[in-house]
Design a binder for this molecule. Structure first.
Ligand code: KG4
Ligand code: ZN
Length: 346
């Protein structure tokens, strides 16, 4: 049953805050908690699980166990940094999907226990929506409508965001997501996980034109992506590498450039199609500096926004912020709400 929401001033050193929301994020391998009040982030703690780096990807069972071990500490740290007592919270927002079933369960069960114990409202949050709304935290002046390129480890999507809860999917990937292409590419190149930052670092001062990797649908008007062919091309290229003397740095830069070219072109097409003046980029891949630069030069005539690096990759600040927006609208979840590993945005 949904609990009635009452926004009351807090106590102690948080006096004056009208609404204080705890955000909890555990959809993959980041254990995160944050406190948001009146659309401002008072604290944000992210613990990235390094345990997976030996495996070249996230091991779901290990990730769930790590969340269970860490959640209490991370939440207490977020409360302490914000100078907030648990009892001062007005609500709890927690990611309910999409993500890994076990890791989502760890976060949702923890948040439900806390909400029930404190008799506070709880709201289940869509992780994709939170990524999009991270842009409002970074750019409070951002106005609807805008196009969002959502590029995370599991999703590459173009959304027309007309208003809160009014989202139209303009395009998506047929197979791998851009983040997945970075991660799988890094594995082929013998780099660590997550692959995006590794490839970016290796290719930073290298030649992005050294290898002409395929760019699927680049000239096609359809707003579709496909990255599995690129990954296979890299695999074949590395197999035949002894026949050429192209450096690993140049290969990484060329591989990254192939991903960037497609993302930039498709975002430009989507902006034209939607006829909007603003676009935003969200999700972990948006942290890529070469990608940001490419957007700025290709889309010079429109406003291109992206969150700070720490708000691109998984965090709980975006969850707490979106939770506050919903709680303000009087929306909360029934205590028996479930996780949904395949949760869609629209
Ligand atoms: O949004 P996110 O943190 O988690 C998901 O919701 O999936 O995105 C993770 C993805 C990973 O695939 C990671 O390799 C990629 O974002 N990523 C990057 C960079 N930082 C993280 N990709 C390219 N360049 C980066 N600097
Ligand atoms: Zn994410």
């Amino acid at each position: 049953m949904a609990r009635p929401f009452t926004a009351e001033s807090g106590t102690g050193c948080n006096k004056g805050y009208k609404l204080i929301v705890l955000g909890v994020e555990s959809s993959c391998d980041e254990t995160a908690a944050a406190i948001c009040s009146n659309n401002k982030i008072l604290s944000t703690i992210v613990s990235s699980q390094i345990i997976h780096s030996n495996f070249g990807g996230v091991v779901p069972e290990l990730a769930s166990r790590e969340h269970e071990l860490l959640l209490n500490t991370i939440v207490n740290q977020a409360l302490a940094e914000a100078c907030i007592q648990k009892q001062d919270l007005d609500g709890i927002a927690v990611t309910r999907g999409p993500g890994l079933a076990g890791t989502l369960l760890a976060g949702v069960c923890f948040a439900k226990g806390l909400a029930q114990g404190l008799e506070k409202p709880i709201i289940g949050i869509n992780h994709l929506e939170a990524h999009i709304f991270a842009n409002f935290l970074a750019n409070p002046e951002l106005k609807f409508p805008f196009v969002c390129l959502l590029v995370s480890g599991g999703h590459t999507q173009l959304w027309l965001v007309k208003d809160m809860e009014n989202y139209t999917l303009m395009g998506t990937s047929r197979d791998d997501a851009a983040g997945e292409a970075f991660d799988k590419g890094a594995r082929i190149l013998g780099l660590g996980y997550p692959g995006g930052p590794e490839i970016e670092k290796l290719g930073k001062n290298a030649n992005p034109k050294a290898v002409d990797f395929p760019r699927a649908f680049l000239k096609d008007e359809k707003l579709e992506f496909s990255f599995s062919g690129l990954k296979t091309a890299l695999l074949y290229f590395m197999d035949s590498r002894k026949d050429n003397n192209i450096s690993l740095e140049d290969i990484a830069a060329s591989y990254q450039q192939a991903i960037i070219d497609v993302l930039v072109e498709k975002l430009a097409q989507a902006v034209m199609k939607a006829n909007v003046k603003t676009c935003v980029i969200a999700g972990g891949v948006a942290a890529n500096k070469a990608l940001r630069k490419a957007f700025e030069s290709r889309l010079a005539s429109i406003i291109v926004l992206y969150p700070d690096l720490s708000l691109c990759t998984d965090n709980a600040a975006m969850v707490a912020y979106l939770g506050e927006l919903y709680l303000r609208k009087g929306v909360s979840s029934a205590m028996d709400f479930d996780i949904d590993p395949n949760l869609k945005l629209a």
